[in-house]
Design a binder for this molecule. Sequence first.
Ligand code: PLP
Ligand code: COI
Length: 374
Amino acid sequence: MTDRASTQTMHAASPASFAIHRRADPMAVADRSKLLADPGFGRVFTDHMAMIRYTEGKGWHSAEITARKPLMLDPAAAVLHYAQEIFEGLKAYRLEDGRMVMFRPGANARRFQQSARRLAMPELPVELFTRSIHELVDVDRAWFPSVEGGSLYIRPFMFASEAFLGVRPATEYLYLVILSPVGGYFKAGSPAVSIWVSQDYTRASPGGTGAAKCGGNYASSLVPIAEATKHGCDQVVFLDAAEHKWLEELGGMNVFLVFNDGTLQTPPLTGTILPGITRESIMTLARAEGLTVREQPYSLDQWRADAESGRLTEAFACGTAAVVTPIGRVASPQGEFKIGAGGPGQITSSLKQKLVDIQRGKALDPHGWVYTID
Ligand code: PLP
Ligand code: COI
């Protein structure tokens, strides 16, 4: 299915064939400006969306940029029953000279293909993924937020739209991209976030879908996230399903530990955690600085012991939405411990600055990560 889908795509929906239908009634400039001054995260959406259809036997077709509007779905659409859905998250930035750029869209496109394979869905060619975003961001570029540190969050997603209740891969899919002008993911003003260790729930098990970016993984994280909130924490960290011992990742971010010898450690990609693009970028930047980064398992007991002995000096979460966010406090039913001074550490801050400067075109881009839209 996959090979055939890719070949057909090139014929049926080539990047050049995006039809652009600008809406006749875009939001009034004054209303838009008000929203863009304080968008929060994921609450504000732009005027347009990208859409491509997939039909078995025909491949990808009907690529368009069109008004963002509610979708018509048959109540038997397979996604509503068996959750055959995947998504991505990346950001676009506006440079000082007004040009729009995005960060590593090719890496998101490839991860979208990996997620599609795991969920038995057709793979969208990398070029079509990138082009759909390029065209949409170009049309909605006036929606870049004015809030300090803001960005345009890009949400590509795909789901099974075929009306069929049998359990098998669907034969029809919709791929869409929506844009959300955003500020920070966490509430502003706090120097570091607090993390709740989920004891009763795990996020993913060996052989499951932990490495895929599918909606189902997030549905099952909602109860543990609510539990974290109940305990006064900002996020949840999951332990492995087999031993309930090893750190995996947060609800929507990867995790890094920083030690007093200047080395870093992050859990390895064993198939149960999301291969974060920020994670990979941070490892590359740290290694380019001469820092040692280990991809090795790290236990909760060790985390507590190292934080208490001072061997562990910093910890941070990273992801597209969260960028790089210091972790100041870790809480569990067994009690809590503080990391370092409870605020942003020096290595965390310096790696974050390096990443953000590349993303926003303020530093050279030696790795070719920045894609210019103009
Ligand atoms: N882990 C999970 C579960 C996520 O949802 C995300 C966010 O996309 C990440 C890690 C970080 O991935 P990335 O850096 O590619 O955004
Ligand atoms: C992202 O960082 O893009 C995510 O998908 C995570 C989610 C918490 C918004």
